[in-house]
Ligand binder design. Structure first.
Ligand code: DGP
Length: 123
């Protein structure tokens, strides 16, 4: 069995979080460090550590994550103005929590996609 994560404890409602949606496959809750007026995390209820650990068997839950993100975006009133969906993976992707999650971020213009670390280049 996969190790427990802070997000699986939120899914089980063992620790507080502002849950905006939950069903049999996924849970969505507000990020504790919001990067924009709307910043929601959509997570599978069961632990998939990272995007690199996804398998064919995960396709239903991955589809649900996108469908739920679209639903929440509509509910939050940002579907028309637009938003960004982000999945960080591994060390270079700055993943902090090893329980797959999709960031749904919007409610203001978000600017260019990547903020490069100082002194870095694309090559
Ligand atoms: P990432 O770098 O993609 O792994 O982002 C992890 C996000 O999770 C980060 O934006 C902060 C958020 N986060 C971490 N711990 C908690 C928590 O206990 N509650 C909530 N709501 N969000 C958390």
């Amino acid at each position: 069995m996969a190790a427990d994560t802070i997000f699986s404890r939120i899914v089980r409602r063992e620790i507080p979080a502002d849950i905006v949606y939950q069903d049999d496959l996924v849970t969505a809750f507000r990020d504790i460090e919001p990067a924009a007026p709307t910043h929601v995390l959509v997570v599978p209820n069961h632990i998939i550590a990272s995007a690199r650990d996804v398998t064919d068997a995960d396709e239903p839950v991955l589809g649900r994550m996108f469908a739920v993100a679209a639903r929440i975006a509509r509910e939050q009133g940002i579907a028309e103005t637009g938003y960004r969906l982000i999945v960080n993976c591994g060390e270079d992707g700055c993943q902090e929590v090893y329980h797959l999650h999709m960031h749904l971020i919007g409610g203001r213009p978000l600017g260019p996609m990547l903020a490069a670390p100082r002194g870095s280049s694309a090559h």
